[in-house]
Design a protein around this ligand. Structure first.
Ligand SMILES: Cc1cc2nc3c(=O)[nH]c(=O)nc-3n(C[C@H](O)[C@H](O)[C@H](O)COP(=O)(O)O)c2cc1C
Length: 197
């Protein structure tokens, strides 16, 4: 029988929307409940909506970014919960991604997306390119909510949850495998202590 890895993995869940009144809270709330119910994960949240990010300080040592950088450095892997804005992902998410450097390297990234008919998948396709550039490892399977505003009730409870729960479990299993495999590997050349790529 094949063995399942049980290494304890540190996950950071990143909100993609910082918009007031955002739908992201419902989707991210559901994703958090799935991670907490799933397995050997420690979870931290990065919410650009609460970070008071400085608009012109990409790459600086601003305290809000330093806080995010520390969590990204701590994490073994990430879940990005993103909507789709004009066929892409929100600018605040790009700002956060670009403001952090080598701390992304050698770590897997899973996606939970939402939107209209596309379920946010066009945003995710772009994020795959971005995280590839950062030497991170985008996970193949993910969760996408099309017509998202009709999928959750007013309390934020997901309606007809079975398929999404299965998709999330698949994604978490892959994320866990990659994070376990890469945790020691990224301590070596060319990634150890951010060795030059
Ligand atoms: C500027 C803007 C552009 C949008 N563009 C798209 C789009 O291209 N595709 C889509 O499915 N939904 C689009 N939407 C609808 C969003 O998916 C929807 O408003 C969602 O709730 C946004 O997530 P948020 O509320 O967490 O910010 C757009 C919304 C905004 C505000």
């Amino acid at each position: 029988m094949l063995k399942k890895l049980d290494t304890r993995i540190r996950l950071a869940l990143i909100y993609g929307s910082g918009r007031e009144g955002r739908f992201c809270d419902k989707v991210a709330g559901w994703a958090v409940s799935q991670v907490e119910g799933d397995g050997p994960f420690e979870l931290a949240i990065i919410d650009p909506g609460t970070l008071e990010l400085p608009p012109r300080h990409v790459g600086s040592g601003h305290p809000a970014l330093e806080e995010a950088r520390q969590v990204i450095d701590w994490a073994d892997g990430f879940i990005v919960v993103t909507p789709e804005y004009n066929r892409a992902y929100p600018a605040i998410l790009k700002f956060l991604i670009d403001s952090i450097g080598p701390e992304w390297r050698g770590k897997p990234v899973g996606f939970v997306s939402y939107g209209g008919i596309s379920g946010g998948l066009r945003a995710v396709e772009q994020l795959r390119l971005v995280f590839g550039e950062l030497h991170a490892a985008p996970i193949r399977d993910g969760v996408a909510f099309s017509d998202a505003w009709n999928r959750f009730d007013s309390e934020g409870t997901l309606i007809d949850a079975d398929r999404a729960e299965q998709a999330m479990a698949t994604m978490l299993a892959q994320l866990h495998w990659w994070a376990s495999a890469l945790r020691n590997a990224r301590q070596t050349v060319p990634y150890g202590q951010f060795a030059p790529a």
